[in-house]
Every structure is written in C-alpha cells, then in structure tokens.
Ligand binder design. Structure first.
Ligand code: KIV
Length: 327
C-alpha cells in the first residue's frame, strides 16, 4: 500500500497546527455564543484524519459502526473489544476534534462497576476523551459515577437505537404529551448529572427546540431539527455508503458508492486489458545492473533438457553464476 505520514498530501488540507483543540469546555462556549457545533462519526484512521482536517468539532466512534462497517443488523451485537479496536484507529487520526466513544449495548447495563471499567478502557486504551451513553433519567446515577471517575459523558435520548426491541422499531419519540414530558425529564436529569452534551435523536423539531432552550448543556441533534446547538450525522450516510434508503434527516453530500464502484470497475478493466501496470508504474533496475544483465543474457546458453515438463535455464553472469531452474 502507499503510506503517507502526517503532514498532508497534495489535494488534501494539511494539519493546521495552530487550530484550537476542541474540549468539553469549548462545547459550552459554543452554546453560549450560539455557534453551531459540528459532529460526524468515524470508525477508522483515514476517515478520522479527513474529518479532523476539515475542522469538524467532534468525532464520534458511534456504535452505528455495527451496521455501517461490520455489517451487523443492528447495534446490539457490537462488543467492547470491537469498539475499542476502532476507537484506537480513529484516535491515531484525530488531533483537534473532541473524540467520543460510544458505550456499546451491554457495556453499561449489567452493573456500575463493569460500566466504570469499560468507560475507563475507552479512555486508557482507546484515547477517547468522552464516552456516550444512551438513556436519560434512568442513567443519571451511573453517569454521575463515571463523571466522578474523571470521564466526561455525552448523553443520548429520544430514539436510542440500543432500545430498538423495547421501542418496537426505530420510531420517532416524543410525539405525544406523555412522551414529551419524559424527554424533558430525561434532558433535565442529564443536564443536572453534568454531561458535556446531549444527543437528541429522532424527536420532533419543536421538542428539540424546547429542550435546547431549557438546558445549559449543548444539544447535538440527529433527526431533531435545526434548533439544536449542533448537528451530528453518520459519515457513511452522508457519503451514500450504507446500502439502504436514507432516513428523512440524512443529507447526502457525495456518492462515494458510485465513485468506488467506478474505480474498482476501471481497475478490473485495466488489468484484464493489460493496461495496468504501465512502465511508469513499474520498478526498474539501476543502469549498471541492467547493462550487466543484458550482457549476461546475450551470452546465455539456454539448455533445454526436456524430461516431462521440466525445463532448465542456465545464465552466466559477469560476477558469478545464476542458475534459474524450473523443475
Ligand atoms: O452510533 C451513532 O452513530 C450515534 C449517532 C447517530 C449519534 O449514536
């Protein structure tokens, strides 16, 4: 493979060393200044680098990794070890953005001790700066304990994909007064618990607007309308790499699927038609070695000793003997 070290490559923005590192404090400042916060998911080193270099504020290694990259049916199957593997890769590509790791299903549901130990792994082994936990009111005590262990937490309420079986599908939440009341309680509980941001997923715009104005914590919307303090989307969604019809809130900014399919087809066609590799894409001998080899070849004695399919070629080369045998 071709390898590039940090420092950019023509056509791509290079790292801006002077750019400010985004911290949890920066998110609060943004909310106070009414400056929209940007967030995208990333699951690997190259996408993390590109997203970071583009100046996105937050990078989330979401458990959407389960479907987007690992081909699982939903987020329930992805494990701590799988998540950690990807968090480490993303960490290596991020310099400025705030790095969030999603706590996968089962990693914080059993007991507080295992939740704390899993959150700690994301920080210690993965280099994450924040962990994200789904659920509001019912997770507030656990979230406090994790924050007490010096780990910032991002909340996530509304359509929480890890609750898919309880919700009976991926359904917009907070569409009736009871649902709105629960969302408000969840948001306030997270705000009081001291989360650094609250992801609002799949809720009516009007409800997200009320929550955003009621809580001091920055809200990051996904399918929650434009009044949130920031927006997050799944990287593979904005690039048409998800092999499924997009949700209503997804805006596709590029068709990477078409781009990749064409590149792969073109490579195949070039190899089949002997157009690839060309001379310029091949390595060459140094001049002197080439001259020596040409001389040797012009003197070569080709002895064909046919016994079955066996063929033996003997080359006399200036500095010794090379025997090239095919038996
Ligand atoms: O896993 C994920 O990608 C997420 C975002 C959709 C917020 O949780």
């Amino acid at each position: 493979m071709s390898i590039t070290t940090a420092g950019g490559r023509s056509g791509l923005p290079s790292y801006d060393e002077a750019r400010q590192k985004i911290t949890t404090a920066s998110l609060r400042e943004r909310k106070l200044r009414h400056e929209p916060i940007t967030c995208l998911t990333a699951y690997d080193y190259p996408s993390a680098r590109l997203i970071d270099q583009a100046g996105i504020d937050m990078i989330l290694v979401g458990d959407s990794l389960a479907q987007a990259v690992l081909g699982y049916e939903n987020t329930l199957s992805v494990t701590m070890d799988e998540m950690l593997h990807h968090v480490k890769a993303v960490r290596r590509g991020v310099k400025h953005a705030l790095l969030l790791a999603d706590m996968p299903y089962g990693s914080y549901h059993v007991d507080a001790e295992s939740a704390l130990s899993n959150a700690t792994r994301f920080v210690k082994e993965g280099g994450a700066e924040v962990v994200k936990i789904e659920g509001g009111e019912k997770r507030a005590d656990l979230i406090r304990r994790i924050i007490d262990a010096e780990i910032p937490v991002a909340g996530h309420i509304g359509l929480t994909p890890q609750s898919v079986n309880v919700m009976g599908g991926y359904k917009v939440q907070g569409k009736n007064l009871r649902g709105i009341e629960q969302l408000m309680r969840d948001a306030v509980a997270l705000d009081r618990a001291g989360v650094c941001c609250i992801v609002l997923e799949g809720i009516p715009r009007e409800v997200a607007a009320i929550i955003t104005s009621e809580v001091e914590t920055p809200t990051i919307g996904i399918g929650a309308g434009p009044e949130c303090d920031g927006q997050v989307l799944v990287f593979h969604d904005i690039l048409n790499l998800t092999f499924a019809p997009p949700a209503k809130f997804v805006r596709r900014y590029a068709d990477a699927a078409a781009l990749i399919a064409k590149a792969v087809q073109d490579f195949k066609a070039d190899v089949k038609s002997l157009q690839y590799p060309g001379d310029a894409e091949s390595y060459h001998l140094p001049k002197e070695t080439k001259a020596g080899l040409d001389t040797a070849q012009s003197r070569k004695k080709v002895t064909r000793e046919k016994s079955g399919n066996a063929v033996e070629l003997n080359f006399d080369i200036a500095q010794g003997k090379l025997r090239h045998g095919v038996n």
